[in-house]
Design a protein around this ligand. Sequence first.
Ligand code: FDA
Length: 416
Amino acid sequence: RIEHFDQRRIMAPFELRLPNSAVTVHDPDILILGGGAAGLMCALVAGRRGRRVRVIEHANRVGKKILMSGGGRCNFTNLYIEPDRYLSHNPNFCRSALARYTQWDFIAMVDAHGIAWHEKELGQLFCDESSKHIVAMLLAECAEAGVEISTACEVSAVAARDGGFRVETSLGTLACESLVVATGGLSIPKMGATGFGFELARQFGHNVHPTRAGLVPFTLSGRPQEDWLPLAGVSLPVSAQCQEQSFTQPLLFTHRGLSGPVILQLSSYWEAGHEVFLDFLPGRDAAEWLRALKRDAATRSLEQVLGDVMPRRVAQRLVELQAWDGVLQTYRDNALDAMGALLNQWPVRPSGTEGYRTAEVTLGGVDTAELSSRTMQSSKVPGLYFVGEVVDVTGHLGGFNFQWAWSSAYACGQVC
Ligand code: FDA
């Protein structure tokens, strides 16, 4: 077990800072841009092969998203990693990397470092104590593999030269044989997210699919916001559906709109203007249930029977919104059928999402059609690689995105 992790202490021995002018830094074989999940993983795998590796991170520390992930406990992978849990213009692209470095491989590394973990639900694996242990593990492996890491280092220009690359940085000019772009997506700019990787891809002639925020809460405005505002802070399990996709997980009403795991999942499939359908009685045919209750409990009100199977405040609000007063026996069967249909498919039209400010991931990105699925190498520029979130592969909520970072980085680190 790793006690009291201090990143500054661990980084000190191999962090190299040089004045802007006199550049004496050794050129690495491999330069990795971005010290997040994918960048560090790629670095340690390539370093173990004996390659000279340098990671350049523009933020003041590496792995910031790992540190803040999973509420500080990092949902580092999922027991049920499958290609169909990923969105991409090419849904098959992720298969090769996921098969060659699996969740079991990452779990083995976590175990080897004595990091205690547990399954929370739905196969989601979290650290028992802190995400810091995952960053400490990656840094310890990097140190062991002789990887050099420079933080607070800006990249100003990249050019292909002499079969390799010349990279202008705030530490000076670096030349390398292989250049790995691991700069992530646009989510949470406050944590250091930039569109740098997308710009670099375009500079080298790559297509970049339009990006948008994923795993993000919905906002409501006007009447829908007024309808649901009284429930802000209330959570309940629902099924939510949009565009043929549905998920059954908790919904959270917020002051701005709708959130909770079920909404984050659905948001990756949602497009502006589309309606979302909420099933407040998942797994139950509400019309049939109401008809049966009319026979067995005819004098109970709708608010009472709904209050038995969902939070009372939600039952009360649904009844208020539809003016469903009176006891069950006062309703005809066809009226109960209409109520049931609504309870199973309640339409809500989001006005938008909270955007990159709070999104966990960025959908879209570097077109996989121009990358090797075995190595992540560009088919346009030999020696150029893209790994992690910058690539057009986005996972569901629940550890799938970190696993993509580990797997894609491993595939690249083995060959770059
Ligand atoms: P990542 O964003 O981790 O790293 C990119 C790095 O590049 C950053 O350190 C950045 O500062 C650096 N960089 C950017 N531009 C640069 C430049 N121009 N020069 C140098 N460096 C540059 N996933 C999951 O599976 N389980 C979870 O629990 C969570 N939880 C979670 C919480 C929150 C709040 C967010 C925002 C996201 C998650 N995720 C998640 C998603 C997960 O964090 C994400 O998919 C991975 O971090 C992606 O790894 P990358 O290394 O590709 O990008």
